[in-house]
Write a protein that binds this ligand. Structure first.
Ligand code: UD1
Length: 426
């Protein structure tokens, strides 16, 4: 079995702050699009070629999962070729499921392909409990028999049938899993209160190029007409809107002038609106955005995370770093995950003034952060600490680089292109 890359080693990033970032940078394919799309590649037995895939730990781990299931996978630069005809197993080995929470996407894909699936319950993670009740409820409504015992989930789907499903909450993962299970079901499935995230639309776009019949993805009502078979395809992954947002925040926090290429402007509006409030000048072109920041950012008043098109929870930490050095007070409310403020304590070690109560953070901007030894405790929180380091006086040491590498492709090298003084350390 392929060896999984576990998050065990603790290398770090060394950041010397105080330089305004300037220049151009290009965004690669989205982690949250490529992961479910890799899972969906086993919906067919024919070859699938994916372009513009990011080189990330999470992607490597998903490739390892596909190989364990028997698929042949080749990674050449940003292209991943999957030959899923040899996939034979409907069982996800326990250790893979544990390391890779996104492996839950395999549930819907395995049911479609093998009529059954066996996965370990993914459990909680760094940012909260992350239950999967909505995934399982939706699958049951599609006539999948779901049995949960001793932390494992066994699904039997001999006669998967289309259904009208109303999600209690527009969960991204549940919407994607139900879509994958329904795509080869008998009859039509309608998902009401579906997640509207662009990555859901990208997954649907991918499945449709395989011969799937999914309409309405990207809206809150998705209609899936079941088809008998799906065929091979070639597909380009959408740009990563969270990576783009992180670069926008990096421009803002350093008082910089950065142009970000290969973005979809509509995906960046929530972040852009906040940065505009903070006094940044944002210019859009067809697939680029330029962010010019003032020397001192203005007050951002409040940030409420919400499902798309609201402010993304995956940008909350980075914007907390930005708010830490803006003037005035910013109230940040985290509505999506219950435990997503771990970066606040680390930012405080750098001189940020943040008070937390339940899901609300009150950030009182300070003139200047100072360098410190801090620890990334999750992916986006880690990115926030790097941003804070870019703005801080002296040197910041961000430990836990392995978390950051789950979602950012060589962040240090990318930021260095923009003039940041940043390097990897052991
Ligand atoms: C996806 C993204 C993640 C992003 C999140 C919200 C991927 C790989 N990850 O995660 O980066 O932060 O969307 O935009 O695409 N919930 C339940 N029951 C369920 C499912 C979810 O209660 O069955 C809750 C979760 O605990 C959480 C909220 O719903 O509080 C949102 O979760 P969800 O939209 O499912 O996020 P993910 O798909 O896990």
């Amino acid at each position: 079995m392929q060896q999984l890359k576990e998050v065990l080693f603790m290398s770090m990033l060394l950041v010397r702050g105080g330089r305004p970032l300037a220049g151009e940078i290009e965004v690669y394919g989205a982690k949250n699009a490529v992961l479910p799309i890799l899972a969906a590649s086993i919906l067919t037995t024919e070859r699938v070629i994916l372009h513009h895939c990011p080189k990330l730990l999470d992607v490597e781990n998903m490739v390892a999962i596909l190989r364990t299931l028997g698929a042949h996978v080749q990674v050449e630069g940003s292209q991943i070729t999957i030959d899923p005809q040899y996939a034979h197993s409907h069982e996800m080995p326990e250790e893979l499921s544990k390391v890779m929470r996104s492996s839950i996407f395999m549930l819907g894909a395995l049911i479609s392909r093998f009529k059954q699936a066996w996965v370990t319950h993914p459990g909680g993670c760094e940012i909260g409990l992350r239950p999967i009740d909505l995934h399982l409820k939706g699958l049951r409504e599609l006539n999948v028999f779901v049995r949960e015992e001793h932390g494992a989930i066994h699904c039997q789907g001999d006669d998967v049938r289309g259904a009208s499903i109303t999600l209690d909450y527009p969960s991204v993962g549940a919407t994607e899993n139900i879509m994958m299970a329904a795509v080869t079901a008998k009859g039509t499935t309608v998902i009401h209160n579906a997640a509207r995230e662009p990555e859901v639309a990208d997954l649907a776009g991918f499945i449709n190029t395989m011969g799937g019949k999914i309409r309405g993805a990207g809206t809150d009502c998705i209609r899936i007409e079941g088809v008998e078979n799906l065929h091979g395809t070639e597909y380009t992954i959408m740009p990563d809107r969270i990576v783009a947002g992180t670069y926008m925040a990096a421009a803002a926090i350093t008082g910089g002038d950065v142009t970000i290429r290969n973005i979809i402007p509509a995906h960046q509006h929530a972040v852009a609106a906040k940065l505009t409030e903070a006094g940044c000048i944002i210019d859009w072109k067809q697939d680029t955005v330029r962010v010019r920041a003032p020397k001192r950012l203005r007050e951002m008043n409040k940030i409420d995370t919400l499902p798309y098109p609201g402010f993304p929870t995956d940008m909350q930490a980075q914007m907390m770093a930005v708010a830490s050095v803006a003037s005035g007070t910013c109230i940040i409310t985290e509505n999506v995950f219950e435990n997503r403020f771990k970066h606040a304590g680390e930012l405080a070690r750098m001189g940020a003034n943040i008070t937390i109560k339940d899901r609300i953070a009150v950030v009182r901007g300070v003139e200047q952060l100072h360098g410190a030894r801090v620890e990334a405790k999750d992916l986006r929180g880690g990115a926030a600490l790097v941003l804070a380091g870019l703005a801080a006086k002296d040197e910041t040491m961000v430990e836990g680089l392995c978390y950051i590498e789950r979602g950012y492709q060589d962040l240090a090298a990318e930021l260095a292109v923009l003039g940041a003084c940043i390097e990897k350390g052991d």
